[in-house]
Design a protein around this ligand. Structure first.
Ligand SMILES: Cc1cc2nc3c(=O)[nH]c(=O)nc-3n(C[C@H](O)[C@H](O)[C@H](O)COP(=O)(O)OP(=O)(O)OC[C@H]3O[C@@H](n4cnc5c(N)ncnc54)[C@H](O)[C@@H]3O)c2cc1C
Length: 435
């Protein structure tokens, strides 16, 4: 095998490309491989790309708050002039409705105070002022469409909400992944597309020594990183890396539907990201004055874990359910008869917290289980993975003494053991896309 690299990354989605960039910045001759034709073509391409700062755990919120700073100055992070044609972070803020389900956001507010994250408390009246298309009655808990009480109000008024201004969405998740690819290439990284990894090669001593592609080509490297998104479990099994893991990952099918904003209201300019567990939906503005509606996976909806290579990629009744739930909040919403939007997969871990870790196989690492909520953290995930790989390759045992990672913008340290593949299930998690 003459084709040799310091590190091979399987997967050129947003986290794979960010990790390639950070490894290249550390001086690793890095190769990104993807079976699809270009960077960000996998689940990243259909990401809602919402960047928010509220999470229910300290580590979750600290990572998101640190990451926000990279999106806020994307050009600086990429090390390109501000005039460069790069993806846009639309900083429209994020409103989260206070509900019994999220314990009226008490934990989120305490953590925001601890980290100095700005927020505003909005009454139901204030919500109606900012979003005059909204009906602020309570409808929760969310119900299935065939429930006779689907559209019945359960209370006269929501308990209000919290607006985090330092939030928004990235205009084009695929384009921002290409930005990461270009930045990584400028530092010497290489990418190859249309290359499916079918085998992880190991030496007699058990260390990884490279990968084999579908066409039989072998590429040598003593470091291989699994960032294969919804295929993460397939790659771990291929490597035999799943044997010492207590947390596993599975592909979960999701539908995201786009509907036009009600006539007369410019949601694209005046709207914001809204997380609304009272109706089990989150929304954000979408180009062309549309509204993108995703699901917060309420308990009444069955979770559809699938084979990532064999699943129903057309819309089902689920997209209509999501649109109808949002129509409870926005009575003038028009719902097109033919659904538009996306069907794709989350790579979900058992506690909906990602795994950023080494493995039991020397040289094999993983950034997986991103559970529908790690797009926003890609820049920091890339930095953490590069630091972790460098640390382990210098002989440290991260399992015994987990690496402490410094978040430079917010000047905090986080214990990377939080993201271990061998952790106990974290009961502080929301066990949902909200993390
Ligand atoms: C519908 C949806 C909405 C989302 N919304 C948000 C959001 O609003 N905010 C947020 O923060 N996060 C969100 N997420 C989550 C976020 O998009 C993901 O966490 C993130 O995009 C994952 O990036 P990745 O690089 O890990 O994986 P992917 O983008 O999935 O990339 C993995 C790559 O690995 C490649 N691959 C797989 N197997 C092989 C193989 N054998 N050989 C070679 N290549 C291989 C694939 O082709 C793919 O390109 C959402 C996800 C989905 C699906």
């Amino acid at each position: 095998m003459e084709d040799r690299h310091d590190a091979i990354i399987i997967g050129a989605g947003v986290i794979g490309a960010a990790t390639a960039l950070e490894l290249a910045r550390l001086g690793y001759r890095c190769l990104g491989l993807d079976r699809l034709p270009a960077a960000g073509y996998g689940s990243t391409s259909n990401s809602c790309a919402i960047v928010r700062v509220h999470y229910s755990t300290f580590d979750g919120i600290a990572l998101a708050w640190e990451s926000y700073h990279y999106w806020h100055d994307w050009a600086k992070y990429l090390e390109v002039p501000a005039s460069h044609d790069i993806a846009r972070f639309v900083e429209c803020g994020c409103l989260v409705m206070k509900t019994e389900h999220n314990h009226y956001l008490e934990k989120h507010l305490r953590l925001s105070d601890e980290l100095g994250i700005p927020y505003e408390q909005w009454s139901a009246q204030m919500i109606r002022k900012r979003l005059p298309i909204y009906d602020t009655r309570r409808f929760g808990p969310p119900r299935a469409m065939n429930d006779d009480d689907f559209d019945k109000a359960t209370g006269s008024e929501l308990a209000g909400g919290v607006f985090w201004p330092t939030a928004g969405y990235v205009s084009d998740p695929q384009f921002c992944t290409r930005n990461l690819q270009s930045a990584a290439e400028a530092k010497g990284a290489e990418f190859r597309f249309g290359c499916e990894v079918v085998s992880i090669l190991k030496s007699d001593d058990g260390r990884v020594r490279g990968v084999r592609l579908e066409d039989g080509t072998e590429i040598a490297s003593n470091i291989v990183v699994n960032i294969a998104g919804p295929h993460s479990a397939v790659i771990n099994e291929m490597a035999g890396a799943d044997e010492d893991m207590t947390i596993t990952t599975r592909a979960l099918r999701q539908e995201v539907v786009h509907v036009p904003a009600p006539e007369g209201f410019d949601f694209e300019r005046l709207g914001m990201v809204v997380s609304d567990s009272d109706i089990g939906c989150y929304v954000r503005p979408e180009t062309g004055n549309n509204i993108l509606i995703g699901s917060e996976d309420p308990e009444c909806d069955p979770r559809e874990f699938v084979d990532p290579d064999d699943y129903q990629s057309n819309f089902t009744e689920q997209s209509l359910t999501q649109a109808c739930r949002y129509a409870l909040r926005v009575p003038n919403l028009g719902i097109p008869s033919t659904p538009r939007g996306a069907v794709d997969l989350y790579d979900v871990s058992d506690d909906w917290i990602p795994i950023y870790d080494k493995s039991g196989i020397p040289g094999f690492y993983m950034a997986i289980g991103t559970s529908g909520n790690q797009f926003k953290n890609a820049p920091v995930a890339g930095k953490m993975m590069a630091a972790l790989i460098d640390h382990c390759e210098k002989g440290h045992d991260h399992d015994l003494q987990p690496l402490s990672f410094h978040l430079t913008h917010i000047d905090r340290d986080i214990d990377m053991g939080f993201y271990s593949r061998r952790r106990s299930i974290n009961n502080e998690s929301s066990f949902s896309v909200l993390g």
